[in-house]
Design a protein around this ligand. Structure first.
Ligand SMILES: C[S@@+](CC[C@H](N)C(=O)[O-])C[C@H]1O[C@@H](n2cnc3c(N)ncnc32)[C@H](O)[C@@H]1O
Length: 259
């Protein structure tokens, strides 16, 4: 019993030392997200190829004091494994706070500037609790269950909690096409219950000033999505004031009734 306890304790201590060493190593490559990802052993580079896109979109946030939320710590049921991407963000953003949520207890993986909450991305009472503690976010990354319904519901809840000027990222969007386990659809790409069906429909929201629809009422997305960037298996959604006027249409109707 005592030996088992000792073994467990030293295993946990060893892990903490390994995580710390990676942090020191990553310090040598402050601007290279892919290199930092490799050092922290996250699958965001190598297995996936997300980090070059992160580098492009996140560089202007590097030295800011950002509030960052990543859904999904990693390591699933194992309480001591995971957090690789959280430590990657900690290395890349030296002045930011990194928050995360996971359905499993991942509290062991917390450290300075990394805070983890236990709960589901579709438990809105839980998300209320989290966002009251953290405040709004500059960056949100959904790398959680990847279930289509979850991704869409989480976005609907969390996009309003993203600050203006912020970026919302959805990873592993390939599940949009996988029905089994994820609720995706490979037969109807415009199915709005799938990740791509839903996010593609928001492209129209960006152009709402051009709609010719009597008494059109703008949605929250119409007002606040200013750009979207689609890459292989990931989407970046930028938030701001989408108030650029049409060059022709006024109040969603055609002046003098003629185009
Ligand atoms: C792909 S892993 C995250 C990997 C991590 N972000 C990284 O890049 O190193 C997905 C994580 O999401 C968690 N997860 C699954 N369903 C969830 C849910 N409904 N809410 C929150 N987290 C969930 C899993 O427990 C798992 O740890």
């Amino acid at each position: 019993m005592l030996n088992k306890l000792k073994e467990k304790f030293s295993y946990q201590k060893k892990l903490k030392i390994i995580y710390k060493c990676r942090q020191f190593k990553a310090f040598l490559y402050p601007f290279n997200v892919s290199k930092i990802a490799t050092i922290h052993k996250t699958d965001k580079f190598g297995y996936h190829f997300y980090t070059p896109h992160y580098q492009t979109h996140f560089k202007k946030y590097k030295f800011k004091r950002n509030n960052i939320l990543e859904i999904g710590v990693g390591g699933y049921k194992d309480p001591f494994i995971g957090g690789n991407s959280l430590r990657m963000w900690k290395s890349y953003f030296p002045f930011s706070k990194i928050y995360s949520i996971d359905i499993y207890d991942k509290s062991f993986l917390q450290e300075s500037r990394i805070k983890i909450f236990k709960g589901s991305q579709v438990d809105f009472e839980f998300l209320d609790y989290v966002t009251k503690k953290t405040g709004d976010f500059d960056i949100i990354i959904d790398d959680g269950s990847h279930i289509n319904e979850h991704v869409i519901e989480t976005f609907e809840y969390l996009f309003p909690k993203l600050k203006k000027g912020g970026i919302y990222v959805v990873e592993d969007t390939q599940t949009s096409y996988w029905e089994e386990n994820y609720g995706g659809d490979s037969t109807n790409f415009d199915n709005k219950k799938t990740i791509y069906g839903f996010f593609k429909s928001l492209i129209d929201a960006m152009n709402n000033e051009e709609f010719i629809i009597e008494n059109y009422q703008k949605t929250y997305y119409d007002k606040h999505i200013i750009s979207m960037h689609f890459y292989h298996n990931m989407i970046f959604i930028y938030k701001g004031d989408n108030n650029e006027r049409s060059n022709f249409i006024v109040n969603n109707s055609v002046p003098n009734g003629k185009i």
